[in-house]
Design a protein around this ligand. Structure first.
Ligand code: SAH
Length: 261
């Protein structure tokens, strides 16, 4: 069974692709200006792809993973701005529902509802999200102290990162303004994190009946300093999180399947 791994930016998956090449070699297929890396990592067959930024890019890439590569499940990993009150830089958010915060076809359809689909919230797969939760919990507890240097943790104020499970909202906007973040929160008070792809992938996965999960590491607080915080976090910390968590996620799956035999 092949899993599709999607990310928006190079730094988020570069280490993962290198680790996969080291373990299995990989075969690259280029479709629609995107490189699909097919290989095996920690015993799991996967296709890793850089979707690029935004809902359209993410949706198109998810469709290709499903139709051209026949993936049975999709995981999106990347960064997000924390907008929930207690969501800090270095924390992790795993989605239990996703909404497109910029979708507004009122008065024809209710705010956030996807026209003609009649849905505004997309719910990721519970089993996949539970497996990711276990992997992220173990990563924070056991790997983070070794994989991110004490200086980086100090710079980013990452003392005791927390794992949150809740609503992630997506839109075609980089939110770097406290008022804008508050506007999103007043329309969607349960939102913990804002990003630019997750809800689009979740919609496609719903439409195709493919289980998906979305995991985001918080790189900024979606406020006036978001741009600087985001860039530094992307270069210094992001790939340690995504590769470390996925390594545990895949390793957990292959040991489960060995135990099943
Ligand atoms: N100018 C930036 C653009 C990054 S867009 C650059 O250096 O390339 C930000 C990416 O990280 C998107 O893929 C989005 O999903 C996520 N993200 C992180 N923080 C975000 C925020 N505050 N608002 C929206 N998306 C955010």
């Amino acid at each position: 069974m092949t899993i599709g791994i999607l990310a928006a930016m190079h730094d988020e998956v570069a280490d993962l692709i290198n680790a996969m090449i080291a373990q299995s070699g990989n075969h690259v297929q280029r479709i629609g200006m995107r490189d699909y890396h097919v290989g095996t990592f920690e015993g799991q067959q996967c296709v890793v792809v850089l979707a690029r930024i935004g809902k359209v890019a993410a949706a198109a890439t998810a469709v290709t993973l499903i139709r051209d590569f026949n993936v049975a499940e999709i995981v999106f990993t990347g960064l997000a701005g924390g907008i929930g009150q207690r969501v800090a830089v270095g924390d992790i958010v795993i989605a239990d529902r996703l909404v497109q915060h910029d979708l507004d076809a009122r008065p024809l359809f209710p705010h956030h509802e996807v026209p003609l689909l009649g849905m505004s919230e997309f719910v990721p797969d519970n089993r996949l999200s539970t497996e990711l939760t276990a992997a992220a919990t173990a990563f924070l507890r056991e790997d983070l102290p070794y994989s991110v240097s004490p200086e980086s943790r100090k710079n980013f104020g990452i003392a005791q990162p927390v794992l949150h499970i809740g609503m992630i909202v997506s839109g075609d906007q980089f939110v770097a303004d406290g008022d804008k973040a508050n506007g999103i929160l007043s329309a969607l008070p349960a939102a913990l994190a804002v990003e630019m792809e997750g809800a689009a992938v979740a919609q496609i996965c719903f439409e195709y009946g493919v289980p998906c999960a979305v995991l985001r590491t918080i790189s900024d607080r979606a406020d006036a300093s978001a741009h600087t915080d985001f860039g530094q976090f992307l270069r210094g910390v992001a790939s340690h999180y995504s590769t470390g968590i996925l390594r545990r996620f895949f390793a957990g799956r292959s040991s489960d399947s060995l135990a099943d035999r």
